[in-house]
Design a protein around this ligand. Sequence first.
Ligand SMILES: [Zn+2]
Length: 352
Amino acid sequence: MRVQCYLAALLSIATFALAVPAIDSAVKPNAGLRLIKTSATDQGTWVTEDDKISNYAAKKIAFVDITDIKDPETLARLSSPSADIAPVAAIAYPTTLSHQTEANALIAKTNTNGPQSWLMTLTNFYNRYYRSTYGTQASTWLFNTVKSLTASNPSITVTQFPHSFSQPSIIARIPGTSSNLIIVGGHFDSTGGSSTARGPGADDNGSGVVTILEALRVLSDAKYAPKNTLEFHFYAGEEGGLLGSADVYAQYKSARKNVLAFVNQDMTGYSPSGKISVYNDYVDTSLTAYVRRIVSGYIGSSTSDSCGYACGDHASANANGFPAAYVCDEPDQTSSPYIHSSRDYALDTRAG
Ligand SMILES: [Zn+2]
């Protein structure tokens, strides 16, 4: 299990404490249909909820569900090529590493016992599809697990973030002396390739969830008191078109929250190369350079790739003007062939 590499990166991050055509979403041909976009230039297609999974997610065609996105700036950014999306505010990230002693002491407290056990529970849900009762049950289990893991530090708050569907996202917050936010997150929903299929979602993205949980456990037990406020996000409905993170970052934008960094942790468990992959598109260039610096300082060389439009929750943060980075277990070519299927049940590269 590569989880400890990702934990090292996460915990070291924690120490730092357009003019485009409008999308015609006014005409909705039938109630219940959803408007999705598969590229910056795609004007949008109305599809059923089931089509989103069977005709897109199962075929690994990434999309963003824009039905409920109303903010014109966000829609404009979703219609811009990655290279044309400017950061809203330039943030000066550190150019050298610091706090290594604190970070290494925290990293030494990590182990894989919790992650293995939590992953077993997550994959034992029939699926974690965001519109299924299993998906709701998985959200409730995760909420209770996050609360119990953080009980060692009463200053940590854990809340459910409701959506229009019955699977809330979950947010844990370690207050800092500043309200500026550093966010680590990943989605906990899964899909097996149809709305009714078995979807264990081990690599995608049980692995990212348990990585984040272990980082949160260690920081909670250490009573870690950051300068910046740290948040740990577990997003619902990512496989339905980035739904959970779209709602969260739309709310953060309208509340004018000052997000200094968001690192998306989507797939950390299947890695033939054994190297962390830091992705280059629909992310903030400066933050991504800083993440690379952290990986190189704590773990070693990284790989890189681009994953295209709407490939994960970092795209929601990016669309709402927040600086995001994306770390993954592999470049696209060598990533798990089992995701979005009933076979995403093991993290060993020989799975299947
Ligand atoms: Zn995923």
